[in-house]
Write a protein that binds this ligand. Structure first.
Ligand code: ZN
Length: 210
C-alpha cells in the first residue's frame, strides 16, 4: 500500500498564454511559453483547486465514505471498494466491518468524502438513534458478510431508522442511495484524483479546450 497522503496537496491552476495549467506549486516560468511568471499578465490569476476531501472527525453527525484500503488520491479505482461509516455528534467514527462494530477516532478517516450531514437541531436524535441501532445484536464480526451484511447494511439501517428526509428515503434502497448520494460525490472527486495523479507523474498538466 502506498504512503497515505492525508493533507491537501494544494493543486494550483492558472492561465497565461493559452491553456489552463495545473501544478503543485506556481512555477517561476510558464511551462507553455517559458516566460518569467513574476512579471507576467495572467489570463486567469493563479488559484487553488478546491480539495474535495474531509477529515471525518471534524464533521459531526455525518455520513462519510473512503476506499476500503488506502486513500482516495493514491489507491482509489472504482466505487466497488468503498467503505461507509457515520460520525457521532462529537466526531467519533462508527463503522461496521469484518472486525464487527467499532467506534474510534482513527486517522484512517482523514481523507473521506462527505455524503451528508444533519443540521444541529437533529444531533441529539442522531446520537440516540445511532446508539439504538448499535445495540442490535446483528452487528458483530460473526454475522458480518462482505456481500450482504456489511458496512452499507449498518449505515442504511441507521439512516432508515433516523427518518431524516430524502437521505433516509434513499437509504431504503441501496442502489438508489448509491445513485443519489455516492456517485455524484465520487464523480466530482474523480476529476481531482486524476488531476493529482497526472501532476504526480508529470509535474504539471496543460488543459486545452477542444
Ligand atoms: Zn505562457
Amino acid at each position: 500500500m502506498s504512503k497515505i497522503v492525508k493533507m491537501d496537496p494544494g493543486i494550483v491552476c492558472f492561465q497565461h498564454c493559452g491553456p489552463k495549467v495545473f501544478s503543485f506549486i506556481l512555477p517561476r516560468r510558464c511551462p507553455v511559453c517559458d516566460e518569467d511568471l513574476e512579471r507576467a499578465n495572467f489570463a486567469l490569476l493563479p488559484f487553488r483547486v478546491p480539495y474535495p476531501f474531509i477529515r471525518a472527525s471534524q464533521y459531526p453527525c455525518a455520513v462519510v465514505i473512503k476506499p476500503t484500503s488506502g486513500d482516495f488520491l493514491n489507491d482509489y479505482y472504482n466505487s466497488m471498494d468503498l467503505h461507509i461509516g457515520v460520525t457521532t455528534s462529537t466526531g467519533t467514527i462508527v463503522e461496521f466491518d469484518k472486525h464487527g462494530l467499532r467506534k474510534h477516532r482513527s486517522t484512517h478517516w482523514n481523507q473521506c468524502l462527505l455524503l451528508d450531514q444533519v443540521p444541529i437541531p437533529w444531533r441529539e436524535h442522531w446520537d440516540t438513534t445511532l446508539w439504538q441501532v448499535c445495540k442490535q445484536k446483528c452487528w458483530s464480526a460473526k454475522t458480518y458478510s462482505e456481500d450482504n451484511h456489511n458496512c452499507y447494511s449498518f449505515v442504511l439501517t441507521f439512516l432508515v431508522t433516523l427518518a431524516y428526509g430524502n437521505l433516509s428515503e434513499a437509504a431504503r434502497n441501496r442502489t438508489l442511495f448509491c445513485e443519489k448520494f455516492i456517485v455524484p460525490r465520487t464523480t466530482a472527486a474523480g476529476k481531482y484524483i486524476s488531476l493529482y495523479r497526472k501532476l504526480k507523474q508529470h509535474g504539471f498538466y496543460e488543459h486545452r479546450n477542444k
